[in-house]
Design a protein around this ligand. Structure first.
Ligand code: GTP
Length: 602
């Protein structure tokens, strides 16, 4: 395929606007997958993705399409590069876009432009890509394509006449999509006679073949058997297999300029496959392609086995899972309360949830995860600075005075029906937000921009926003700077013993309320035991909230009168069963849910 017959494009959209459905229809239209066969939404592979209806890991597929080009029927090679739709994964979106020359910007005809439409539009716009607007779901009774056209014009200066109207569900208008891709998106610009320059887009681990890398050949060509080197590490690899995703891997033995495909090259772990790396022929070094944004971990949490003996199993599961998701950072840590475990860094809360869910579903491990934290910076009176990813590591009574601290912030975009503006302003004020922009995108919808501390966004912000706006507001954020703040460490003590895994860092003014809520939550979840349990929240040595769980009077066996052995055994079994998801901290048993509930206190 000469590169003028190639088009590389992505579909970008707000969550649920129909990106995956449209992708499936295009794959069907081109005969890449058979209609009604296989799983619905071919591009969404992971079980959690299907359950939650979100796209986590970007997948890519090559399609062949015959198109009447200047009067002759011509074969085109179209590479559809799937991108995830959720805010946590915007780094994956920008990564995928590097291999594209254009995008289909899908907008729901009833919902109109939403927060992630805005974020995705700017990613594509900044990357200088051709943008083909697609107004989807026009079959819905509430569809109002004209209003969406106006929004596209007023917000993005897109020509309303260029918008395609489709229903990925009924098939209406789909015949115009691929011709628009071919006409409006330019072919890849690379030089076929130049030395090989290849972009590493993504990688995953396959049990049988090892590490499989998705690549885009920018200049030159790659053949099976050739040696390639990584610009990032200097390591050299022999390419043992090369081909396209159709969407199954199909060997072609060669990838030419402008093509997107896969390679297998004897890498042992996906950690060697650095996304955004440039690969070139060993011995013919080239100028590396401009890099991608490096992965930034925004949320950290401790992950511990729910019953102490399972550390090895958890270790194995985490190792295997991170083989496939190099965007999670993992470091061993230990906690006096929870024993041996791991400190994991995630792109965001959803990413964290997905990771936990996969640990449970795919590896059958039960974990306790500690209250998520964002990365803070503290400065001591001797001028030294520490980065804190685990609140437990910040001394409760430091030897030196803390002279300054900083917390990460984000710029948040919220789009909402105008009647909810008041409640959103209140919510953002409670969350220590600073309003940056407030305008109307049409007669019914407001557009708001806020700078918010990341911590305030991480703790249940999205759920709260959904609930005060009946689900009508949409939300997206991008990372902003660190900002000076007045932060304190909040300890939780059980019978006078601090529980390191429950420590959090909060704003000084919020500490009394958060302390009170944490103590109340714990009281609800900790069952009465043989002795009294005192629950306290404290800043340094100052207790700011306190509750007591009174002692139980009888024990389980008291009813057995020593006689009935089988009944006694049954009761003990039952008690053991109940304990499975318990964690003994000091002498107190804490159920797994208690840890989980603490995540929701803001
Ligand atoms: P993410 O993968 O989470 O980004 O979502 P998505 O944008 O890929 O959306 P998806 O394709 O999963 O579609 C969301 C829902 O909208 C599904 O229930 C689809 O069946 C439905 N849907 C998609 N296209 C249409 C359409 O044209 N009309 C109607 N009525 N429903 C549609």
């Amino acid at each position: 395929f000469p590169s003028d017959k190639i088009r590389n494009f992505s579909i970008i959209a707000h969550v649920d606007h129909g990106k995956s459905t449209l992708a499936d229809r295009l794959l069907e239209l081109t005969g890449t997958i058979r209609k009604g066969h296989g799983q619905p939404q071919y591009l969404d592979k992971l079980q959690v993705e299907r359950e939650r209806g979100i796209t986590v890991k970007a997948q890519t597929a090559t399609m062949f399409h015959k198109h009447n080009f200047l009067g002759t029927e011509t074969n085109f090679l179209l590479n559809l590069i799937d991108t995830p739709g959720h805010v946590d994964f915007s780094y994956e979106v920008s990564r995928s876009l590097k291999a594209c020359q254009g995008v289909l910007l899908v907008v729901d005809a009833a919902q109109g432009v939403q927060a992630q439409t805005v974020a995705n539009f700017y990613l594509a716009f900044e990357a200088n890509l051709a943008i083909v607007p697609v107004i989807n779901k026009i079959d819905q009774p509430t569809a109002d394509p004209d209003r969406v056209k106006e929004q596209l014009k007023s917000m993005f200066d897109l020509d309303p006449d260029e918008a395609l109207l489709t229903s990925a569900k009924t098939g209406l208008g789909l015949e115009h999509v691929l011709p628009a891709v071919i006409k409006r998106i330019p072919p890849p610009p690379g030089e076929s006679t130049s030395p090989l320059r290849m972009l590493l887009l993504d990688s995953y681990y396959d049990e049988y073949r090892g590490v499989i890398c998705h690549v885009a050949v920018v200049d030159g060509a790659l053949r099976k058997g050739e040696k390639v080197a990584s610009a990032a590490t200097g390591q050299s690899y022999e390419v043992t297999d090369v081909g396209i995703m159709h969407p199954e891997l199909i060997q072609t033995g060669i990838l030419l300029t402008g093509q997107v495909g896969y390679i297998v090259s004897g890498m042992r772990s996906t950690k060697e496959a650095r996304v955004g790396d440039t690969l070139y022929h060993t011995k013919i070094p080239v100028e590396p392609l401009p890099g991608f944004k490096p992965v930034k971990h925004m949320v950290f949490s401790g992950v511990y086995p729910a019953d102490g003996s399972d550390f090895e199993a958890l270790n194995n599961a985490i190792e295997r899972l991170t083989c496939n998701d190099a965007s999670v950072s993992v470091a061993k840590e230990s906690s006096t309360a929870l024993g041996l475990g791991f400190r994991c860094g995630f792109l965001g809360l959803l990413h964290m949830d997905v990771f936990h869910q996969r640990l449970e579903q795919e590896y059958g491990t039960h974990v306790i995860s500690t209250v998520p934290t964002v990365p803070y910076i503290f400065e001591y009176s001797d001028g030294s600075k520490v980065h804190i990813q685990n609140p437990a590591l910040l001394p409760s009574n430091p030897k030196q005075r803390i002279t300054a601290c900083w917390e990460p912030t984000v710029t948040a975009t919220i789009i909402t029906p105008s009647e909810y503006v008041g409640s959103i302003i209140t919510l953002c004020a409670e969350r220590r937000g600073e309003q940056l922009e407030y305008s109307f995108i049409d007669s019914q919808r407001a557009f708001m921009k806020y700078r918010l501390p990341l911590r305030e966004v991480v703790v249940d912000f999205y759920n709260e926003l959904k609930s005060i706006t009946s689900g009508y507001a949409s939300f997206d954020y991008e990372e902003s700077d660190y900002k000076a703040s007045d932060l304190v460490k909040l300890d939780i003590l059980l019978n006078g013993q601090p529980v390191d895994a429950m420590a959090t860092i909060v704003h000084r003014l919020k500490a009394p309320r958060v302390g009170r809520e944490l103590v109340d939550k714990l009281k609800k979840f900790i069952d009465r035991q043989m002795f009294e349990i005192i629950i306290q929240a404290a800043i340094g040595s100052k207790v700011i909230a306190r509750e007591t769980v009174s002692a139980m009077r009888k024990n389980v066996l008291a009813k057995c009168y020593g006689g009935d052995v089988s009944r006694k055994r049954k009761l003990l079994e039952k008690q053991k069963e109940g304990k499975k998801r318990m964690k003994r901290v000091g002498s107190v048993d804490i159920p797994q849910e208690a840890f989980h509930e603490l995540l929701k206190v803001s």
